[in-house]
Design a protein around this ligand. Structure first.
Ligand code: 13P
Length: 252
């Protein structure tokens, strides 16, 4: 059997955090060495904190990512940020196609694909999010939706270094609800087969994260599902103890 990829536990802080939140990052950094032997740790703060956080984590096992980017490298796009700017601020990765961007900013799979390619152009890892809504799950369209999203949102030429896929069922985000381990296994296995068909051997090494109401209390169960190579954590990533508690699932 092929080796499984090294896990990644990434915290998506969303629109949360002020300068004082550096204290929480410092706590994460102090707990990081314990888990760093088994998993990579990343914090994706709001962009206002990116440069500060990137300098704070230097020399530690923690890396810093961003939450979105524009597809163009520069230009007249008031309020937007390019992948180059995020890289210049110290990000090593950027989340693209999060369901909150798809929902509130009407982002399409084609736009997400362009953003992922922009991330690569700037030397960043693209963390591409996919996942079905409650209605889609209830009408048994989950795999169709995930197929469409992966097919169109993921660019050609992906490998384990430039791409991470995050499966985040929309109905599980911030709700306390999670799919059963069997449901997670079915979707992650489906995504794995897509990655292998599309990218050959590299598809085996691309990390597939699970996201949606991950907490220390359910992390062991969710993160040990086959083809789950880590977590994309929202609410629980805002507290160092909870975030580290999730990552400790890899010590179990
Ligand atoms: P929660 O962990 O708060 O459910 O959010 C998940 C998420 O959207 C991470 O990107």
């Amino acid at each position: 059997m092929a080796d499984t990829p090294r896990p990644l536990v990434a915290g998506n802080w969303k629109m949360n955090g002020l300068r004082g939140s550096a204290a929480e990052l410092t706590k994460i950094m102090s707990g990081a060495p314990e888990v760093a032997a088994r998993a990579d740790l990343m914090v994706c703060p709001p962009t206002t904190l990116l440069a500060t956080f990137a300098s704070l984590v230097q020399g530690t096992p923690v890396t810093v990512g961003a939450q979105d980017c524009h597809a163009e490298p520069s230009g007249a796009f008031t309020g937007d940020l390019s992948a180059e700017m995020l890289a210049d601020s110290g990000a090593v990765a950027v989340i693209v196609g999060h369901s909150e961007r798809r929902q509130y900013h009407r982002e399409t799979d084609v736009e997400v694909n362009a953003k992922a390619r922009a991330a690569w152009r700037a030397g960043l890892t693209a963390i591409v999010c996919v996942g079905e809504t409650k209605d889609e799950r209830e009408s048994e369209k989950t795999l169709d939706v995930v197929h469409q999203q992966t097919q169109t949102s993921l660019p050609d030429g992906a490998n384990a270094k430039n791409l991470v896929v995050a499966y985040e069922p929309v109905w599980a985000i911030g709700t306390g609800l999670t799919p059963t381990p069997a449901d997670v296994a079915a979707v992650h296995g489906f995504i794995r087969r897509h990655l292998e068909t599309r990218y050959g051997a590299a598809g085996n090494d691309i990390r597939i994260l699970y996201g949606g109401s991950v907490k220390p209390s359910n992390a062991v169960e969710l993160l040990h599902v086959p083809n789950v190579d880590g977590a994309l954590v929202g609410g629980a990533s805002l507290k160092a103890d909870d975030f580290l508690g999730i990552a400790r699932a890899y010590l179990a």
